[in-house]
Write a protein that binds this ligand. Sequence first.
Ligand code: HEC
Length: 124
Amino acid sequence: MKKMVLAFLGATLLAACGQNEQKQDSGPAEAEVPGRQLFQSNCAQCHAAKEDRTGPALSGAIGRWGGDTAKMIAFVKNSQQVIATDGENSYAGKLYIKWNKSVMPLHTSLSDAEVMDILRYMDK
Ligand code: HEC
């Protein structure tokens, strides 16, 4: 009887250790993915990678701007300014109309590199 109890305790301890190790492995690694945190805190309320939500699916967005990443970054930071400057017939203007003129909030505190990190993360 004693032996069985000990064996049970041993197995439980081993299982508990295994779980802890897994948590420690995935925790920091996930947080280090560039763009992930920034996306969660600034964009996830309106965007997903593969599905349209309040705003368009962001997977493939870099490609949709036809190589003009500077313009895309400017749009993320201040979409209304890009729309006002480029007009309704530009890519930005048409997108805005297609999305029923919902206004994206300003993201002027993000750096260019941070915006690119978010959009590259969406492409993964
Ligand atoms: C309040 C909702 C909202 C938030 C928050 C938001 N967006 Fe948007 N986003 C939109 C909408 C709506 C559009 C469609 C264009 C428009 O209406 O101006 C859009 C369009 C875009 C586009 C153009 C997509 C394409 O198909 O070319 C990009 C890129 C983008 N958002 C990136 C971001 C990033 C990055 C963040 C976070 C830093 C963010 N958005 C936060 C609503 C939002």
